[in-house]
Ligand binder design. Sequence first.
Ligand code: COA
Ligand code: AMP
Length: 631
Amino acid sequence: MSQYRELYDDWKSDPSAFWGEAAKAIDWFKPYDRVFDPDQGHYGRWFVGGACNTAYNCLDRHVAAGRGEQAALIYDSPVANTKRTLTYAQLTDEVATFAAVLAGQGVSKGDRVVIYMPMIPEAVIAMLACARLGAIHSVVFGGFAANELATRLNDAQPKVILSASCGLEASRIVAYKPLLDAAIAAATHTPERCIVLQRPMAETPLTGGRDLDWATLVDAARRDGRRADCVSVAATDPLYILYTSGSTGQPKGVVRDTGGHMVALLWSMQALYGVAPGEVYWSASDVGWVVGHSYIVYAPLLNGSTTVLYEGKPVGTPDAGAFWRVASEHRASVLFTAPTALRAIKKEDPNGLKIRDYDLSHLRALFLAGERADPETIKWAEEHLRIPVIDHWWQTETGWAIAGNPLGLGALPVKRGSPTVPMPGYDVQVLDDAGHAVAPGTLGNIVIKLPLPPACLVTLWNADARFGPSYTDEFPGYYKTADAGYIDDDGYLFIMGRTDDIINVAGHRLSTGAMEEVLASHPDVAECAVIGRADALKGELPVGFIVLKAGVARDPAAIEQETVGLVRDRIGPVAAFKTSVTVARLPKTRSGKILRGTMKKIADGESYRMPATIDDPAILTEIAAALSSRT
Ligand code: COA
Ligand code: AMP
């Protein structure tokens, strides 16, 4: 019998008592005055008056409690051909030392530090060192281009940037330093210092005056015996800013607080994932994404578990058995990845033969998130792994699952295609466009009744006024998830797609609006539209339609290639923007709105109804013809 229903009802009848109980698992430097103050912030604030430190709760307290010799972090990199284990005592020492390095560069509580690093232990050390000082980190994913980094530098205004000489992709070395230099040159804000870790695969020259060598600074701190203590911060102080795609080229800086974040994440480790302290937990994501923040770094360490940091891909490093090798070798009890990674594995190893090469007897469950887990992929994984395969749904904004199947409370029956039920903390409802509740089984806007639970975003960095228009104005009293879906008669949620212009490419959230801004900047492009076309491997792939300016006599194919290059240069390879199609005109309503939804249906080969307001129906035939030449 699952305890889920009982716990969910407990939460609903007294949220403060529920989260107050969960908060006992955290060490507070000063107890909070109130679990929840409804009068502060956009929807209230959690644990007001409390003082604490995230790094202390992730590290020091476990060492004090006797976990010093237990592995805290296992780094496994098939691309660097390296493995390294850091115990809680060693990781605490590394973090305290690096925090002293940062303090030596003038970083203190409230300062921002941008981290642009590959999946190496120093990235985790950097995040925790910021947390130790009460500095606010902002990690930027390595697959973003210099321009995206520059946008984040301008917004976050970091005192210091932390980076490495290179990242390692399966087939190439990505030199980070030129990207970093280009970003700083393009940005209006100049950080005082860049601390760069030299990796032996591609060392980089350092710019005198501004750039400092990571290892030299750490060696000096060690020589002088410098270590920084944990700084006491308010529970409501920001721990980090994480930028995510909005509907324009200006990303949203999601601000996470300190106390509520710890409480909810720690609760989720045991109740949702069912992982005990001392067990190994592996989230095969990247620290540049929210999944990496929450479930590579913070939650496993708050829980006293061992986290795995994997620098590699599901396939090609070296083969489709990589995930099973890592899970087996490090005795992971739970693996968390994106469905797209499983689809990549399934494509190369359809019969799951490589799974049989490894002893996976420790692996109890596979959790999937980041995009809709299609039933076929779940079925394949269940059949070959013979463990529960659990879809769960969340967003950068929430920081942890809105809905899932709580393994730790006793799993509920799985319905493939559904991330199961709302977690305590989330009152999830489905509303029509006018804000009225819809009947079970009816598709609508998925919203969360305010207040949001601990760990959810509290504001947008430098854009507090954007919070309402982005999330709460459209459906007063509710947070708009911008996902569409329905709740069935059993209370199971089904997430069907976004209601805005965000697309999901290989589990990565991307804005078609941002891509359109780039296409529109090409001198020969008059207007454009970007849609996400269904893709068997990556879920969706962006396709751009461009209309050339009158009088442009150049070869359209050349212009298309230039636009592909522009998106790669400005947004980054992660956008996977490879298809740009020239068309004579775009389908629009009579009021001039581009019919992107209909274009997507055509691209996906789905039937569509001719929009009543369409300006000229013949244009849809032209779009279909242009696309058919590109399949
Ligand atoms: N630094 C630099 N470049 C990066 C990068 C990084 N950290 N991550 C990805 N890229 C590049 C890739 O090299 C690729 O470049 P290319 O166009 O030159 O080939 C491009 O960005 C697209 O990358 P990706 O989407 O990872 O595609 P892929 O073809 O290399 O791999 C998958 C396909 C399915 C294996 C891969 O997308 C994957 O593992 N996805 C899981 C995603 C995930 O875990 N998301 C987290 C949410 S839970
Ligand atoms: P991100 O902010 O990058 O985590 O992306 C969040 C978006 O990814 C959500 O709004 C959904 O559109 C999608 N998403 C994440 N997890 C799931 C899931 N389990 N099922 C369906 N969609 C998901």
